[in-house]
Design a protein around this ligand. Structure first.
Ligand code: SAH
Ligand code: SF4
Length: 371
């Protein structure tokens, strides 16, 4: 389930891998830094812009690497400050990247805090029954270069909106790996991509501002805990008992709560930071107060933050979000126990911001124009 492009993307190269390729051509070592600076700091959109490189080297680069392997085909902006980008990869696959702007008091939207939601796979194999991303199964994993390319696309869009005071900086504040796909099922590409994003020669973006969300692949959670970079972790729990979780998330059969919870605890202890438990509220499925009580106990035990997310309806699926009153009652059980909890008012509800929905619609209708 891998796609091998004609040319590897430059965005998938580390400093060392690029330096090694350049050494084969007897290029001096400083060229790797120069090239990566053009890509990540100066945000060159073409090889020709890299004017400090000799022409012959630029020609070799153009023949050897794909500069940015993800083309923007649609930017669907919503009134409530979310941009949903639809990107086309070299094999025609479509993926989604979302920009979520959180307005700050006293500054315009252009200076708001920005969280970028990135995808790690085309489709998803996990089969959660409520999710648009998994409806057609997994098409393929993204390469590290395709994961990084999403962030560079965002930088280019944001740079055009707000001329940067400091060219060296990434144009956003947080990254959440919560788009299409199960990130920990594409582990090596994910870690390579985030290493590039974090590196000083890359986007120089702090690991503590990167959150990886998983449906609960226990061995990979334990592996992630051992990584030198301290990423944040979010768990898609969605059921506070095995009976409920198993009904909606097949992954629970292999990794039930008795395995998942100790793995999350091990991660939290290793990193000394709060893990987030995500809990989508789906009417008549997991929104009973007994679930809230069980969730409260798990959160207390793990000293975790809880993110309650009213379900975003998916065309063709029967699930609904509970009423606001019911959502509030659920949240209140947690608040009363002094659990750190947010009840998320969905951003971008009007543009299908939940994972996989824009791609789904585009593939079903073949329609790519913004209406
Ligand atoms: N595969 C990973 C990350 C991508 S999904 C995971 O499952 O954690 C990101 C989040 O969106 C998950 O918590 C997922 O359960 C949630 N999600 C999926 N479909 C949704 C929907 N229709 N409405 C609200 N949240 C949804
Ligand atoms: Fe995959 Fe996450 Fe959707 Fe489950 S919720 S199908 S793991 S993307």
């Amino acid at each position: 389930m891998k796609f091998t492009p004609a040319k590897p993307p430059l965005t998938g190269e580390t400093f060392d891998s690029l330096a090694a390729r350049l050494a084969e051509r007897n290029e001096p070592a400083f060229r790797a830094k120069q090239i990566l600076d053009w890509l990540y700091k100066k945000r060159a959109k073409s090889w020709d812009e890299m004017t400090s490189l000799p022409k012959a080297l630029r020609m070799w680069l153009a023949e050897t690497f794909d500069l940015l392997p993800a083309a923007l085909v649609l930017n669907k902006q919503s009134a409530d400050v979310t941009d949903k980008l639809l990107l086309e990869l070299r094999d025609g696959s479509l993926i989604e990247t979302v920009i979520i702007r959180v307005p700050q008091e006293g500054v315009g939207l252009d200076h708001s805090r920005k969280t970028i939601c990135i995808s790690t796979q085309v489709g998803c194999a996990m089969g959660c029954v409520f999710c648009a991303s998994g409806l057609a199964g997994l098409k393929r994993d993204l390469s590290a270069g395709e994961i990084v390319a999403q962030l560079l696309q965002v930088c280019q869009i944001e740079d055009a909106r707000t001329p940067r005071a400091h060219a060296e900086l990434a144009s956003f504040d947080n990254i959440v790996v919560m788009g299409m796909g199960e990130p920990l099922a594409n582990y090596d590409a994910l870690i390579r991509a985030l290493t590039i994003v974090n590196a000083g020669w890359g986007l120089g973006f702090g690991a503590r501002r990167i959150t990886i969300s998983t449906s609960g692949l226990v061995p990979k959670i334990l592996k992630l805990a051992e990584e030198p970079l301290g990423f944040r972790l979010a768990i898609s729990l969605h059921g506070a008992t095995d009976a409920i979780r198993e009904r909606i998330m097949p992954v629970n059969k292999a990794y039930p709560l008795a395995k998942l919870i100790p793995a999350v605890r091990a991660f939290a202890e290793k990193h000394g930071r709060m893990v987030t438990l995500e809990f989508i509220l789906i009417a008549e499925v997991n929104d009973a107060l007994e679930q809230a009580e069980k969730l409260r106990d798990i959160a207390r035990d793990l000293h975790a933050h809880v993110n309650l997310i009213p379900y975003n309806t998916v065309a063709g699926l029967p699930w609904q979000r509970p009423s606001i009153t019911r959502q509030e009652r659920f949240a209140e059980v947690l608040r009363r126990a002094r659990i750190s909890v947010t009840l998320r008012r969905e951003k971008g509800h009007d543009i299908d911001a939940a994972c996989g929905q824009l791609r789904l619609r585009t593939e079903r209708t073949g329609e790519m124009t913004v209406t």
